[in-house]
Every structure is written in C-alpha cells, then in structure tokens.
Ligand binder design. Structure first.
Ligand code: EPZ
Length: 430
C-alpha cells in the first residue's frame, strides 16, 4: 500500500512553481469536445482525474494528442457516442461536465453520476433544473444523468445555491442554444471565469463570468483555439499553508495573487508576513500564530477547498480558533486524524473549535479525501518525528508532483510501498 512518510519539524524554505488549475481543466477538457476543429490547451495539470477525463474523451471517439506533459490537442469532430458510463468515469466529479458539453453540442447525453470526494451529499438538482429550463428532458436513470432535447432554447436560470459545477455545466449547455441565456446567482470562482474565457476563445459569447449574472448568447458553432489554463488557486493556497505551518519562508510562483486574497488575509491575521508580486506570493512565518475565525464561502470568500489546510495551521495558533464550513456538510472527517497527531479540536455540527497546541507529534494517519489528505501532509511536515499518511491516491488526484515539490523546499517526504521501505526511511531521516 502506497503511503507518504514525512519527517517533520523543519521549516520549508525556497521557491515552488504552481501548475494549472485542476477544476478549470476539468471543465475546459469537456468543453473542448464541443468544437469540430482542433483545440490546443496548455498548462493542463498531470493528475489522475485529468487522465480519466482524457481517456473518456478518447472513448467517445474524439481525437486526443498529448503534445507534452502539460499540453493536449483535442478534436471533437469524430465523437461517435453521447453515452459515457465507463468504470473510471464514475470515480471523478468532473465527469458531469460531459453532460453539459454533449447536451449542448448534440442535444443528447447519458453520463454516469459523478463520484469524487466524499465531503457531503453533493446533489445535482441545480444542474438538472438548468438543463430543463433550456428545454431538455433531464433525469437520473440507471445511475446516469440522462438528458435529451429537440433543441435547446436560451432561458433565465436562477440557481437556488451558488454552485460551481452547475454554473459551468449550464454555460456548456447554453453556449450553442438558440437565443440568450441568463444564469443568475452564478458561482464566481476563478475556474468558472477560466472556462468562460476558454469557450469565448472558441467563438462563444459569454459575458459576466466572475459576477453573479452570466449572459450567454448562443452561437452556431465553436472553432479552433489555443488556450492556457490559469494557475491552481488551491495548490497555491496549500503551499502557502505549508510555508506557514512549518514556520517557513516560501516564494510561491506562477500564481494570480488576486485569487489568493482570502487566504493571504487570513495568514496576515494570524501573524504571517505576505509579500505579493505580479505573479508570485511570498509567505514568511516567523512569529507565533494568533487565533482567528474562518468561515468558508463561495468565491471571493475563503474556499472550502482550503478549510482543512487552515485548520492545520490554526491547530498550532495561540488560543481558540473557530472554523465554520458552510459549503459541504461533511468536510471535517479528517479532524480525527489530526487529533491522533496531537491537535486539540472539537467538531460541533459544521463548526470546528480549535484549541491551539504547541506542537504535533508524528503518527500513522489516513487521508480521507483530496484536500484533507494534503492538509494532513502539511500537518506531518509541521509535526515532530515521522508521520505516515495512507490513502495517498486521493492526494494524487489534485496535486502534481507533490512530494517532489515539497522536497525542493527542503521537506523530508517519500512515497513508501511497504514496511521495509518505511523502516529504511526512518533510519535515513533519524
Ligand atoms: C466544485 O465542486 C469543486 N469540484 C470542488 O472541489 C469544490 O469544493 C466546490 O466546487 C466548491 O468550490 C470540481 O470543480 C470538480 P458546488 P462542485 O456545486 O461543483 C450544493 C476539490 O477538492 N449543490 O459548487 O461539486 C452542494 O451540495 C473539490 O478540488 C446543490 O445543492 O461544488 C454544495 O453544498 C472538492 N445542488 C454547494 O452547492 C446542486 O445541483 C456547492 O457545490 C449542486 C450543488
């Protein structure tokens, strides 16, 4: 069983380069099949979820060429099916973007219900409501989302909850619909804007992405493009927290500092120094942390995908901090693992009450999902002694070369496959 072995206790120091945004890439790859010409996409992160998306695109008959590790060419003119129900596709969340893309292009889609991290009930009612508003029949049958339309007609869609997935899916479905579509109470996350920019570069007419009303004028068809995906806000934020929790000094390069403001401001509040440059951010953590309060909110609020990482940092702050999770109802599962390494945290409903401790002490823990897994690695880097983190496949879904990047900052972290390798690691790191 693959695990990460981490010898913590030393500050991370140096520079690290952030890759392309996973959650933008998932939407963009699905959107790519909507053109019958070749689109070239750069800065695609090399992650297991992305491989599953690319395999699904191939399975539908589209042309997929990996130009290099981070560049892919896709041509959707040879798509021969609108059904997608492979075993692999069931394991990822981004699969639901194929519903919007296939429905938008072919008026037809049957795609397995999405998987992804188990962090709450994660319904798709807002996606279905939007597809129906565009004139499609949209239902769940045989564990698939099944949609069909004579033709799609632009409409006013008011989302009852701010949903990243529904916003992106409805942009995809309406981009070639007849007339105008308005998505109201839309999500404003950077990756929503990135998918809109990508579609616009293919000839779509989408205005207002990044605000809470998105206006889409349907166009006849989409064409070739060459596009570069934005840097990953959450990967960047995770390295910022790693720098903070280990009392380090790290320059995080290839980021859009504006996307990181909610994270930077919390780090400033607890006592870190933050320096912002055009496309990088430096985090220096020299002083003891002060306690604070955090509530996760849709963008530009504090991201739910950064909630476990900030809890790890606040676990080492003086006094009592309160973290409220307002997006997903079951995103504190990792707290039990953090307690094993010495954190003093109590969860009441959607709130974590964190009594800061002086230090964490290495132990054996399990990653319950992607972001929590990354947060537990950060905790291990801050802990005294050796921490062993299991179920690392979750982390590999969303962080490219995570151990390598951490090692370049001085971390002692290795993938170990068995007890013998773990013993060797322990001997090596002392
Ligand atoms: C996206 O999930 C991301 N996933 C998540 O990242 C991220 O945590 C989340 O947005 C919030 O930012 C992808 O982009 C693949 P939502 P998504 O629809 O689209 C409720 C990661 O670690 N809701 O914005 O599934 C829902 O239950 C992952 O990278 C409905 O009620 O999230 C939640 O409470 C984890 N009905 C809220 O909206 C719906 O039809 C926000 O969910 C849809 C959503």
């Amino acid at each position: 069983m693959r695990q990460y072995a981490v010898r913590g206790g030393s500050p991370l120091v140096g520079e690290v380069e952030i890759g392309g945004a996973k959650n933008a890439a998932l939407g963009i790859l699905a959107a790519a099949i909507m053109a019958d010409e070749t689109v070239e996409i750069e800065n695609v992160p090399d992650l297991s979820d992305i491989t599953v998306m690319l395999d699904a695109i191939k399975a539908m008959g589209a042309y997929v060429e990996k130009v290099d590790r981070h560049t892919v060419r896709i041509n959707g003119s040879t798509v021969h099916t609108t059904t997608l129900d492979t075993e692999a596709i069931k394991t990822i969340r981004g699969s639901y973007y194929f519903v919007g893309a296939l429905l938008g292009k072919y008026n037809n889609a049957k795609v397995s219900l999405p998987g992804g991290c188990s962090i709450g009930s994660r319904p798709v009612d807002q996606h279905l409501k939007g597809f129906r508003a565009l004139g499609a029949k949209a239902d769940i049958a045989e564990a698939c989302i099944v949609c069909e339309a004579e033709k799609l007609i632009g409409s006013h869609i008011f989302l009852d909850v701010v949903s990243v997935g529904a916003t992106i899916n409805l942009m995809l479905a309406s981009v070639m619909a007849e007339g105008q579509t308005y998505i109201e109470n839309a999500a404003k996350e950077p990756h929503v804007v990135d998918v809109a920019n990508f579609l616009n570069s293919m000839g779509a007419s989408i205005k207002g992405a990044g605000t809470d009303v998105i206006r889409i004028r349907g166009v006849e068809k989409l064409h070739a493009t060459h596009y570069t995906i934005i840097p990953d806000q959450i990967e960047a934020g995770t390295f910022m927290m790693a720098a903070a929790a280990t009392k380090g000094d790290v320059l995080i390069k290839n980021v859009i500092p504006k996307h990181l403001e909610s994270i930077s401001s919390k780090l400033l509040e607890i006592g870190c120094e933050i320096e912002e440059f055009d496309d990088s951010v430096r985090v220096v953590a020299a002083k003891p942390f002060r306690h604070t309060q955090v509530k996760t909110l849709p963008y530009p609020g504090f991201p739910t995908d950064m909630q476990p990482q900030i809890v790890v940092a606040l676990g080492l702050a003086e006094g009592t901090s309160i973290v409220t999770e307002s997006i997903f109802e079951n995103r504190f599962k990792y707290v039990d693992e953090l307690v094993r390494i010495g954190a003093n945290i109590r969860v009441e409903g959607n709130t974590a009450i964190i009594e800061g401790v002086k230090k964490y002490t290495g132990s054996k823990i399990m990653a319950p999902d992607l972001r929590a897994g990354a947060a537990l690695i950060v905790a291990g880097l801050a802990a005294e002694g050796v921490t062993v983190i299991g179920d690392i496949h979750y982390v590999e879904r969303g962080y490219e070369d995570f151990p390598e990047k951490l090692r370049s900052l001085g971390a002692q972290i290795e993938v170990v496959e068995n007890e013998l390798e773990l013993q060797k690691f322990r001997l090596r790191v002392g």
